[in-house]
Design a protein around this ligand. Sequence first.
Ligand SMILES: [Zn+2]
Length: 160
Amino acid sequence: MAIRIIVHEPDEVLHQVAKEVKHITPNVQKILTDMADTMYDAEGVGLAAPQIGILKRMIVVDVGDEHGLIELINPEIVSAEGEQFGPEGCLSIPGYRGDVRRAMEVTVKGLDRNGKEVTYTGTELLARAFQHEIDHLNGVLYTDIAERVYEITPEGQEKE
Ligand SMILES: [Zn+2]
């Protein structure tokens, strides 16, 4: 188990476009494992490789539903439907939250750690997590698109 350091705003790496993974090597698989370890340690529901300083198109997501841990290499949103509006946070922006409009349902295609093509359809929180993490691969943070960003207390309540 290896927990990596999570990069915080305003680190430049969070604003860059990540590169496609061309070859799935043991190192790529190790990065995925470390990303999941780091996400669970930080009690997050998703993490993108740039958040640990690696500009490669890789994400991990686990919203605590029946899918469990989802690892995706070169993920792409292939369809998006509906709309949801609600609070969102980011492990790279501790102490803040924002209200973000997202698609209600997305279908995402990518490769698993063995290079096999996989597709997931998620709604609500899972859809939100996919969109948030894939945005990271394009250098976009939720604060770039939120309608409102606000500070929260350590308990997760909005600060007065
Ligand atoms: Zn984030």
